[in-house]
Ligand binder design. Structure first.
Ligand SMILES: CC(C)(COP(=O)(O)OP(=O)(O)OC[C@H]1O[C@@H](n2cnc3c(N)ncnc32)[C@H](O)[C@@H]1OP(=O)(O)O)[C@@H](O)C(=O)NCCC(=O)NCCS
Length: 180
């Protein structure tokens, strides 16, 4: 990685349309066509961590605010979405650089970080921990289990959540697309 590499953190409102289009194109390529409209909506309205090398976008992550309950306590969560590195430059630590900045956003602005993934090792290196309890979603019909998501959920404990028990019941609000 040369001297032309940088990481910036910007709210969605400060990304010009061409930059947003560039982010979406990166996500569609990185997720190999598995990145849909709901996934895109989930990535908007918060903070974007954008990594460029010589002005070319190579990696991205979003941190959006969600209220998430653990047992009886509501947390102001930085929820991480749309993490991707361009296929041709994966394995060069761009993703790790983005995650480092994501951690700063979560620590500076939120009480707890949460995300859902199958790439546990990638996030463990950046200080994330796997959830050990059960996952739930709260919708019109009340609170229901999301057993298929138990395995994927990870959290980044920060100052206020440093002592959080990872074995509890974690509940998000429902939304269009995947709740987690
Ligand atoms: C997951 C993803 C964002 C990682 O981005 P990246 O820039 O490749 O990340 P890094 O280079 O920092 O590290 C990623 C992996 O490369 C490996 N790696 C490091 N150096 C490497 C090298 N020279 N060659 C190949 N692999 C290497 C690391 O071991 C690491 O593997 P692990 O995460 O399984 O432990 C990227 O693979 C991606 O966009 N995947 C498709 C979309 C996706 O799955 N997003 C995450 C959903 S939660």
């Amino acid at each position: 990685v040369g001297a032309g590499a940088d990481v910036r953190v910007l709210p969605t409102a400060e990304l010009i349309p061409a930059a947003l289009a560039e982010v979406r194109e990166l996500l569609e390529r990185s997720f190999d066509g598995e990145f849909g409209d709901d996934d895109w909506q989930h990535a908007l309205g918060g903070w974007h961590v954008v990594r460029r090398v010589d002005h070319v976008l190579v990696a991205h992550a979003s941190v959006v605010e969600r209220r998430i309950d653990v047992d009886d306590r509501a947390w102001r969560v930085g929820y991480v979405e749309a993490v991707a590195t361009a296929p041709e430059v994966q394995g060069q630590r761009h993703g790790s650089a983005v995650l480092h900045a994501v951690g700063d956003v979560v620590r500076d602005r939120f009480e707890l970080g949460v995300l859902s993934t199958g790439r546990w090792a990638f996030y463990v290196r950046a200080g994330w921990e796997r959830w050990r309890g059960t996952s739930w979603v709260r919708g019109a019909a009340g609170r229901v289990r999301t057993p298929d998501d138990d395995d994927g959920i990870m959290v980044l404990r920060t100052g206020p959540s440093a002592g959080l028990d990872l074995g509890g019941e974690i509940t998000c609000d429902d939304r269009a697309g995947d709740p987690w």
